[in-house]
Design a binder for this molecule. Structure first.
Ligand code: GCU
Length: 345
């Protein structure tokens, strides 16, 4: 409703009364929305993750929940309810739930995210990064911003990247020293076409399974091995069945903390900034937990009798996965070339 203006553009007396009434009503509406929000109290934001409480990623997420709870601008709006250990399902299910609004947050590996946001797949390419430092430098720059944008277009807002270390192969039968040693082994892969093709290129048979199915499948012999970082190998007790861990370091794939686009948009600009800052601070803490945990994992599994070996010729593994680049790199436009150029100045 518009109040009437006189020729000079001033409000007439009646127009002024009407405008005043409208403003009072609007203000009352706003106040009742605020008090409704206060009366309802903070919303519960469920965050799904597959790891157990003591794992560095779960500790980083607990750190985030605490930071949110300690900040009145955020705690008046939400409490983060951590659902760990995959109790809400595997990562693909978490992403589906996040998309449909059944949960509000998730922390998943970039590899299965590819199915929803194709650009995330670039981070799962084998031997793309030399180290976690190189990965994080890339993610913090312009390339990282493009990846974040691509993920946001798929309906998930990435808040921060968590370290998930280097992935290597482990199995029940023998140390892997050369790509040929993988021949004939059934290796569990994440739900990612790219990971499946990588394992195939190395001569093994990929079996796509959720993270929480790996332990039983190793014990029953449904699979011979899997590939993951040392902290997961230890925390999921995969080492009990698969005693050979071979450091080929074929991929450095980060985890990412996501919030649904819908919940993100429900926050004020200030709340968005504070939530992002809290997530970034937690990511720094998580990366420290990661370093400690990787060292501790190597020690613990060795003490438990597992054998950790370096591969004979890392270059032979790089050569063997070239077909993966031929098949997938083109999907990411010039990203692969730009990542390589940025990483090796
Ligand atoms: C890592 C990663 C998880 C992922 C898992 C997997 O542990 O942190 O997010 O689920 O690998 O192989 O499925």
């Amino acid at each position: 409703m518009a109040a009437r203006l006189d020729r000079e553009g001033r409000l007439s007396a009646r127009g002024f009364q009407v405008a005043k009434a409208v403003a009072v009503l609007a203000f009352a509406g706003l106040c009742s929305a605020c008090s409704d929000e206060r009366a309802r109290g903070p919303e519960r934001w469920v965050l799904s993750n597959v790891h157990i409480e003591t794992y560095p990623t779960a500790r980083g997420l607990a750190d985030l929940a605490e930071r949110v709870a300690a900040d009145p601008a955020l705690s008046s709006r939400m409490t983060i309810d951590l659902q760990l250990g995959g109790v809400l399902g595997n990562e693909k299910e978490a992403l589906e739930k996040l998309r449909f609004g059944a949960i509000q947050m998730a922390c998943v590996s970039a590899a299965p995210l590819q199915e929803f946001a194709p650009v995330a797949g670039v981070l799962a390419l084998p031997f793309l990064f030399e180290s976690s430092e190189e990965l994080f430098r890339t993610l913090e720059g312009e390339i990282g911003a493009e990846i974040v944008e691509g993920i946001s277009e798929a309906g998930f807002v990435p808040l921060a990247w968590f370290d998930a270390g280097e992935r290597s192969f482990y199995n029940r039968t023998r140390p892997i020293r050369r790509p040929e040693d993988l021949r004939g082994l059934k290796i569990r892969v994440q739900r990612s076409e790219l990971m499946r093709d990588m394992v195939e290129a190395l001569g093994a048979s990929p079996v796509a399974l959720g993270f929480k199915q790996v332990y039983t499948s190793l014990h029953t012999g449904a699979i011979d091995g899997a590939e993951n970082n040392l902290p997961s190998y230890r925390s999921e007790r995969h080492f009990e069945a698969a005693g050979f861990y071979s450091l080929d370091r074929h991929a450095i794939v980060p985890d990412v903390v996501l919030v649904s686009v819908d919940r993100w948009r429900s926050l004020s600009g200030e709340q968005q900034t504070r939530l992002r800052e809290a997530a970034e601070a937690s990511a720094h803490a998580q990366r420290e937990y990661w370093t400690e945990s990787s060292r501790a994992a190597a020690l613990a599994v060795t003490e438990a009798g597992c054998e950790i070996n370096e591969v004979d010729d890392p270059e032979s593994f790089r050569r063997a996965v070239e077909p993966v680049y031929a098949e997938h790199a083109g999907r990411f436009g010039d990203l692969v070339e730009r990542i390589k150029a940025a990483g090796r100045p």
